[in-house]
Design a protein around this ligand. Structure first.
Ligand code: COA
Ligand code: AMP
Length: 630
């Protein structure tokens, strides 16, 4: 069957479609009901089943006789380390780690925060939680202590599993001091912490609270896989919204198992045993779905890559890893390819490697610009698949489903909706618009298995953020269009979220930090177009009338403040002082117009603008930062 037939099969009977996909999972008790409508726009998949994620991702492959197959390849050009872990080794390591966590009191439903860099132990910690039915929440290493503290208070974990340090080019990330600071800042205190000591930096442990990863596992009883209900939360992953308070996206156990397992063949075109590599980070949704769970559930070999596309040691790293580990499908962010292309525009490094193993490449996390896709197509000579999804959905909303059928590529479009997603473009009043017309992208409810059922401890926020604007639909927060052939294009966010180097950030969150500076009376943060990172944040500051200080001191201070409060990942390096901000007569800051000025893009003078002369002042300020040239 081709894509259209499969999509129609899903449309004709969505529940039967997913019940059929559910056959790929080992159930302790099979689901009798596919979908439960809980009313008011809330749905759950396979709620009445009993299942365990770790069993499906690890043990079942050992039981099926594939224990000697490599489950995880750790390749770390940054520490010059390589290691392989077979499925049987992974099973034993995860069972012991889970046993040790249980011996310290972690049980089904308890939360565990995982704060670790790209090392196999991060996946082992996730799987150990899954084995016990504990709910993990992985926090990305590029966030500051304050962001970690916010997540500790929201998730109220019984335990935190962390590493002593992370490695960024040219600097060690001191995870343990960041963790200590976060626990100090948070109101909630975990019962205990487990620290994986890396040889690059051994951390000091706090007696009675912190336990050494190896020591605390000594002599414990390995844990078996604990059955959980299909609608048991597998994890919480925090993501940026309009305000500084992150949203705790929940993933339910059974839906994730079914959807990710389905996606590995149909979207990523891999068979069990093939090597699949997503060069992302466990702190992001891509890391959850396609470094850890998806490939392991499907019996693939996954790669944990601790390095960068360039500089570790050069722009040939990706190709070296693909050749050396025989990668079939490779997934990365467009920004990573832009970084490689900038250093190796002619693709000379690529010719040093035999990439005949590579069958297809996937891009997501931000808009894939046609130049980058064309460059990759030319030099890699395999299908380059742009696909669109979000932390909330956990897997692709739109893609070119190569495992079903390779559809023609249209540059600038992540192709067509996957089964499970009825994507529509709506105008402000919620009416569908004709093909080729820009509007808000919405998905008809219910969302498919594997997507978010709600937000952690925040059902009202869930409804307000996603369900109320367009009744009966999930609001994606993206704007775009669908053409006559059903191809979707993603043009922009409709909220204050920006995308910097494939990382989703909240300008509202940055504004909250700038506003906390004692000299700042008012501020705005916008995302301007950047050739490498897609977008970059710029802050505009209006100072208190009595402030006599040097502007350059204040801008330096706010840059430091954002790094301290949000973290280096915000990549906030540009700020400028202005007298006034452009606003509508009702007082709304015209951020979109400011972005157009910065990008030198044409724009219509907003009819409601209070004082058009302010735009000239903004343009002058932007010029001092190297923007708004024409
Ligand atoms: N832990 C701690 N700090 C981190 C970090 C981590 N895991 N990841 C990034 N940072 C830091 C970086 O060191 C940098 O710090 P600096 O200001 O001291 O230089 C800062 O956060 C900004 O990082 P980034 O925006 O990633 O820029 P970069 O210049 O370090 O690297 C790229 C640029 C393009 C090479 C890099 O962004 C990249 O590989 N992007 C791919 C992103 C990706 O895979 N996203 C996943 C979504 S699918
Ligand atoms: P995240 O939740 O971090 O995965 O970010 C999700 C957001 O990234 C989406 O809502 C889009 O704005 C953007 N995004 C992800 N993939 C794509 C893509 N293929 N094309 C355009 N934008 C994308």
């Amino acid at each position: 069957m081709g894509y259209r037939d499969i999509y129609s099969t899903w449309q004709a009977d969505p529940e039967a479609f997913w019940m059929d996909a559910a056959k790929g999972i080992d159930w302790i008790s099979e689901p009798k009901t596919a979908l439960t409508d809980k009313g008011d726009g809330l749905y759950e998949w396979f709620a009445d089943a009993k299942v365990n994620t770790c069993w499906n991702a690890v043990d079942r492959h050992v039981e099926a006789g594939r224990g000697e197959q490599t489950a995880i390849i750790y390749d770390s050009p940054i520490t010059h380390t390589k290691r392989e872990i077979s499925y049987v080794e992974l099973r034993n390591r995860v069972a012991t780690l889970a046993g040790a966590l249980r011996a310290k009191g972690v049980e089904k439903g308890d939360r565990v925060i995982i704060y670790m860099p790209m090392i196999p132990e991060a996946l082992e910690a996730m799987l150990a939680c899954a084995r016990l039915g504990a709910v993990h929440s992985v926090v990305f290493g590029g966030f500051a202590a304050n962001e970690l503290a916010v997540r500790i208070d929201d998730a109220t974990p019984k335990a935190i599993v962390a590493a002593s340090c992370g490695m960024e080019p040219g600097r060690v990330v001191h995870y343990k001091p960041l963790l200590d600071k976060a626990i100090e800042l948070a109101d909630h205190k975990p019962d205990f912490c487990v620290i994986f000591q890396r040889e690059q930096e051994v951390a000091q442990l706090i007696e009675g609270r912190d336990f050494n990863w190896h020591g605390f596992q000594y002599g414990v009883e390995p844990a078996e896989c604990v059955p959980v209900a299909g609608n048991h939360p597998a994890y919480i992953l925090y993501t940026s919204g309009t305000t500084g308070a992150p949203k705790g996206v929940i993933r339910h156990t059974a839906g994730q198992l079914v959807a990710l397992n389905w996606s590995m063949k149909n979207i990523y075109n891999v068979e069990p045993g093939d090597v699949f590599w997503a060069a992302s980070d466990v702190g992001w949704v891509v890391g959850h779905s396609y470094i850890c769970y998806g490939p392991l559930i499907h019996g693939n070999t996954t790669i944990v890559f601790e390095g960068k596309p360039v500089g570790t040691p050069d722009a040939g790293t990706f190709w070296r890893v693909i050749e050396e580990h025989n990668v079939t499908s490779f997934f990365t962010a467009p920004t990573a390819f832009r970084a490689v292309k900038r250093e190796d525009p002619t693709g000379a490094c690529i010719t040093n490697y035999d990439l005949s193993c590579l069958k297809q490449v996937y891009l997501a996390g931000e808009r894939a610009d046609p130049d980058t896709i064309t460059w990759a197509q030319q030099h890699l000579d395999v299908p380059i698949v742009d696909h669109w999804w979000q932390t909330e959905t956990g897997w692709a909303i739109a893609a070119n489903p190569i495992g079903i059928e390779e559809l023609p590529t249209k540059l600038g479009s992540p192709a067509v909706p996957m089964p499970g997603y009825q994507v529509e473009i709506l105008d402000d009043a919620g009416h569908a618009v004709p093909a080729g017309t820009l509007g808000a992208i919405a998905i008809k409810l219910p969302l498919p298995p594997g997507t978010l059922p709600t937000l952690w401890n925040a059902e009202e926020r869930f409804r307000k953020s996603y369900l109320t604007t367009f009744p009966g639909y999930y609001e994606t927060g993206d704007a775009g269009m669908i053409d006559e052939d059903g191809y979707i294009s993603i043009m922009a966010r409709t909220d204050d979220v920006i995308n910097v180097a494939g990382h989703r950030l909240s300008t509202g969150g940055m504004e909250e930090v700038l506003a906390s500076h004692p000299d700042v009376a008012e501020c705005a943060v916008i995302g301007v177009t950047d050739a490498l990172k897609g977008q970059l944040p710029i802050g505009f500051l209006c100072l208190n009338a009595d402030c006599q200080r040097e502007h350059s001191d204040i801008t330096k201070e706010v840059v430091k403040l954002v790094r301290e409060k949000i973290g280096p990942v915000a990549a906030f390096k540009l700020a400028v002082v202005v007298d006034r901000l452009p606003k509508t007569r009702s007082g709304k800051i015209l951020r979109g117009t400011m972005v157009n000025i910065a990008d030198s893009a044409p724009f219509k003078m907003p009819a409601t603008i209070d004082d058009p002369a302010i735009l000239d002042e903004i343009k002058t300020a932007l010029k001092t930062l190297g923007y708004a040239h024409s």
